[in-house]
Design a binder for this molecule. Structure first.
Ligand SMILES: Nc1ncnc2c1ncn2[C@@H]1O[C@H](COP(=O)(O)OP(=O)(O)OP(=O)(O)O)[C@@H](O)[C@H]1O
Ligand SMILES: [Mg+2]
Length: 319
């Protein structure tokens, strides 16, 4: 199946320090790809590179960047797609809404800009979009200022704004940070539903492996600026090839919290650190000498691709 979005060899540096070190990622038509990994792994930087929203001091280069067959390496192509073909759901909904305008007017303004609509059509479409994100009283919400709405409501509005341009891909970067735990799963499930209803595709960046299991078709696992393992969600959760996600999943799914570490032991490397050939090697329970000196080989097995000298033998390794 040819990819909707294909990114190969994405490298990003900030102030001379490598942040992304050759990210390969694809999103297929109609799928939701989960992107996971510990803090600092480069998830947001990957999304921002695709949207051409990197900090001014960052430099980025792609070996390949293509969207629906179009070359996306020129920054202009990525800028033009933003909002129109690729919708973005931000991390902090309240912060991304303008506090001095009613949310309905912000949504209408987006519709007028992206879809060239008149005032009246934009208002009608805005109310429809609010309804489509399961807001039961769209007229009231339309008239509200952001501070009059809950965080979850603001995020529904932001999802509506991301949908305004009828995008083919929706990228959501930790869209539930700061929201009440009970609301988080609801918003993420809603996002999954609205993406599927539109036959669009999604890239969902999250720390919540439970949500990934619920919502995502495939999952890409990032570590120290690279994707180290990618595969169908079911296969990855059954037995991830790479020791890092394998450990992440077993921690997330273990019921016993007493005495069991809740995190992968060891420290996440910082940009500029001296990295082993496999950046995860110093924390890896399967690492051997080769892992420190030789680039990990690509292993494709069990519906997954991983980069590892000692991948898990699916089904054979005790946890
Ligand atoms: N504006 C910036 N200037 C310098 N370094 C940055 C900047 N933004 C991010 N970085 C660094 O880039 C690396 C990747 O950051 P990124 O935000 O992509 O991580 P992430 O995987 O999204 O983490 P999180 O889960 O915490 O959101 C981190 O080491 C981070 O410190
Ligand atoms: Mg991030």
């Amino acid at each position: 199946m040819s990819a909707l979005l294909e990114v190969r060899g994405l490298e990003v540096a900030i102030g001379g320090l490598p942040i992304l070190r050759g990210v390969d990622m694809e999103v297929r038509p109609g799928e939701i790809l989960g992107v996971v990994g510990e803090t600092g792994a480069g998830k947001s930087m990957t999304a921002r590179s695709i949207l051409d929203l990197l900090p001014a001091k960052a430099t980025a280069s792609f070996a390949t960047c293509a969207f629906a067959g179009q070359d996306f390496i020129p920054p202009k192509a990525r800028q033009e797609a933003r909002g129109h073909r690729i919708g973005f759901v931000p991390q902090r909904p309240r912060g991304s809404l303008n506090p001095v305008f009613r949310v309905g007017n912000q949504l209408s303004a987006t519709l007028r800009r992206l879809r060239d609509m008149g005032r009246r059509d934009a208002r009608r479409e805005a109310l429809d979009l609010l309804r489509s994100v399961r807001i039961t009283d769209p007229a009231r919400v339309y008239r509200s200022f952001p501070h009059e709405l809950s965080g979850g409501m603001c995020q529904r509005v932001c999802i509506a704004i991301a949908l305004a341009g009828e995008p083919e891909l929706i990228i959501a970067d930790e869209p539930t940070t700061g929201l009440d735990v009970t609301i988080q799963a609801e918003i993420l499930r809603l996002l999954g539903e609205v993406i599927s209803e539109r036959n669009a595709a999604g890239m969902l960046i999250t720390h919540d492996l439970g949500v990934v299991a619920d919502v995502c078709d495939r999952v890409a696992v990032m570590y120290a600026g690279r994707v180290v393992n990618v595969g169908a969600t079911a296969e990855m959760y059954r037995e991830a090839l790479h020791p890092y996600p394998n450990r992440l999943v077993s921690i997330a799914t273990s019921l016993d919290s007493g005495g069991t570490p809740r995190e992968v032991p060891g420290r996440v490397p910082n940009p500029g650190d001296d990295l082993a050939a496999c950046a995860f090697a110093p924390r890896c329970f399967r690492a051997g000498p080769g892992c420190f000196d030789e680039e990990p080989p690509r292993v494709a097995r069990a519906g997954q691709v991983a980069f590892c000298h000692h991948p898990i033998d699916t089904g054979m390794v005790p946890r």
